[in-house]
Design a binder for this molecule. Structure first.
Ligand code: SF4
Length: 481
């Protein structure tokens, strides 16, 4: 898996993933821990609901005038000595980064953890140009060294346990001493490796959590401080930002500084928040490039129901509460955006034309936990149902759609529904065993693939009700009305 395009339909990939007990155990442990910590962090704030509403309204206001906001951002960045580039798609964004690196004769660069750069498959594209990109976030480094792909927005190596990381570091980091599986020892080995890269690398690439139009400020929020090193030490800094990340005013950031850390790592405040505006002579990078990436986002914005998806601040709270994600894991989604947000964002960015991504809206039990957890109130279940409708429409007339039309006809009138139930009761005879139907025939077979169906009872509720009212004395039961 790399980039946005799933190589398989979700049901196929998920079936394989749920058969891996180690993966399920790793996921259960981490998501349960984060879930409980997040709840405690959120409960500390009595005005949490108001913050969620404010977060949603702030993003919506910016999205409502997105083109104006982006032009304002461009002007502010340029006024502070930065350069702004516009990328319509992943290919344009990749080419821009490669050109900047080549202009500086860079063959190695360091990277701040950036899911947007994963979306455009930047590392592989740079490799093709002979430029090696080194991930500096610890979890991203684990994923890179093991030639793996991220499976969680916030914890990309969530599917790896400590023993696996110990073996990997002993093999890849070339440490002369045998590393134990103590987290501090493993982090120390990564730190020694990265420190040397920070001090010798000329160019860095980052993503952006937010950008402020009125000041031209770009912001990265992180836990380890490696991002801070990347955006301050190299001579050249390139930041790739999805166009939906822009906010209007400096004050707008404040609400997200409250909701983002609590929703993602369950912290009251994240350890490192870096802000930068253009360049400052003699201090920090002397060349700053901001790449504004569309890659399908304007199509999402044009869709009345789907546009709320662009509010997402990538906190990953929806992943950690999702029963489907907890069992299937991130790789089953086949995209850099896994979990509930991935199930709606990936197919929309691909314009619902990708036949594998089109199966992602089905990756949900529609329990609504993601909507409750989302700090910007994205109604994920609503978008999921809407996209399922679109996916069905794309299939045209199928046996399933004809069956559904028949159901709608039967259920739209009480007498028709009653007649259909009578027919089904008569027809179910050979299928019933001990009051259960364990295997339905033909098209209906999918329903009983993973569950049994109760047989229709000899008398329906309506029939019982009519009989009951016809009985002498009926209606007096239970005393006075
Ligand atoms: S959809 Fe909401 S909960 Fe999920 S990552 Fe985005 S902001 Fe967080």
């Amino acid at each position: 898996m790399s980039g946005l395009h799933p190589s398989r339909p979700f049901p196929e990939a998920a079936r394989e993933a749920v058969g891996n007990p180690q993966l399920r155990a790793n996921l259960r442990k981490v998501t349960n821990t984060i879930r409980e910590k997040r709840l405690r962090a959120v409960e500390e704030l009595p005005h949490w609901e108001e913050l969620r509403q404010l977060g949603a309204a702030t993003k919506d206001a910016s999205l409502a005038n997105l083109s104006d906001r982006l032009l304002e951002l461009e002007a502010s960045v340029v006024a502070r000595g930065g350069r702004v580039h516009w990328a319509r798609d992943a290919a344009e964004a990749r080419e821009l980064v490669a050109q900047i690196a080549q202009a500086h004769q860079v063959t190695e660069l360091i990277k701040v953890k950036s899911i947007t750069s994963d979306e455009i498959e930047l590392n592989a594209a740079l490799d093709a140009h002979g430029i090696h990109a080194i991930e500096t976030d610890l979890a991203e480094l684990i994923v890179q060294l093991s030639h793996d792909t991220p499976s969680h927005i916030l914890v990309p190596a969530i599917h790896r346990n400590r023993a696996e990381i110990q073996a990997l570091f002993n093999r890849e980091l070339g440490d002369p001493q045998h590393l134990s599986d103590e987290p501090a020892v493993l982090a120390g080995a990564a730190r020694r490796y990265l420190r040397q890269k920070f001090l010798t690398t000329k160019m860095a690439v980052s993503g952006a959590n937010f950008a402020v139009a009125e000041t031209g400020t770009v912001c990265v929020v992180e836990s380890e401080g490696n991002g801070r090193m990347c955006v301050t030490l190299p001579e050249v800094l390139v930041s790739i930002m999805g166009i939906e990340k822009v906010l209007q005013t400096w004050e707008d950031i404040s609400v997200f500084m409250e909701v983002l850390p609590r929703s993602s790592t369950a912290e009251r405040m994240n350890p490192y928040t870096s802000f930068w505006s253009g360049v400052t002579p003699g201090d920090g990078p002397q060349e700053f490039h901001l790449i504004l990436l569309d890659n399908g986002r304007t199509d999402v914005l044009a869709d009345e129901v789907g546009r709320q998806t662009l509010r997402c601040i990538r906190c990953s709270a929806c992943l950690n509460v999702c029963p489907v994600y907890e069992r299937a894991g991130g790789h089953a989604y086949g995209s850099v955006y896994p979990g509930p947000i991935g199930a709606i964002l990936t197919p929309q960015l691909l314009n619902m034309t990708d036949k594998n991504a089109n199966t992602l809206p089905g990756a949900s039990s529609l329990c609504g936990a993601c909507y409750d957890a989302c700090p910007v109130r994205i109604n994920i279940p609503q978008v999921l149902i809407y996209l399922r409708g679109e996916a069905n429409d794309q299939k045209g007339v199928t046996l399933e759609s004809l069956a559904m039309q028949g159901m709608r006809y039967a259920m739209s009138e009480g007498w028709r529904f009653e007649g259909a139930v009578k027919l089904a009761r008569l027809g179910q005879g050979p299928l019933v065993r001990n009051g259960q139907i364990t295997a339905l025939p033909g098209l209906l077979g999918g329903w009983t693939q993973s569950r049994d169906l109760s047989a229709f009872p000899p008398q329906s509720f309506r029939e019982w009700w009519r009989t009951r009212n016809a009985e002498p004395g009926a209606g007096s039961e239970g005393g006075q009305p």
